[in-house]
Ligand binder design. Sequence first.
Ligand code: CA
Length: 213
Amino acid sequence: MVEDDDEIADRLVAGLEASGFSVDRARNGDDAYAFGSDQQFDAAILDLGLPGEDGLTVLRMWRGESVSMPVLILTARGTLNDKVKGLNAGADDYITKPFDTAEIIARLRALARRTGGMAHPLLSNKNIALDTVSGKATVDGRVVNLTALELRMLTYFLLRVGRMVTQKELGEYLYRDEDTAESNTIEVYIARLRKKFGRTAITTVRGLGYRMD
Ligand code: CA
């Protein structure tokens, strides 16, 4: 996601991550260009008004280098001329602000389907599986009902199997928009995930954090 407005970016990242997307963010055109050129992404959400190179220039540079990921332009510039320019520069879709997060998610999924992207819609580890498109989690093939927060937490661990996750980073991730990141609430959620997925699903690394092995 390329967006210089923190408020918009935070809201969108929270919505995307709650839906199982993993998001990297650039705040200016130069970082955006570097991200897109150097790394593989399933899709990009691109703001046009940016510090440094503007969004259209970034898009033209990407396309000039055959960076082919689907690009969804998200911008306040909503005239027909702006849209035509964006699409001509190589954008795949165009949404104007103010936007609805659910619509962006739906359009991203449609873009990814069309281009055969979303390399890993299914996350799994041992007997646990998570369909990141439907949000449906299973253990030994049996469906497990999860709250939005539990789903985000499970996604976070499944994307980091074998890696230690500190309480601090988990708190920052889960409570991005709130100020209730107390360690005891994290423990409560870990306990709930263990109850649903088995005691050994998440290991406590004493004094440091947690790990899914
Ligand atoms: Ca902007």
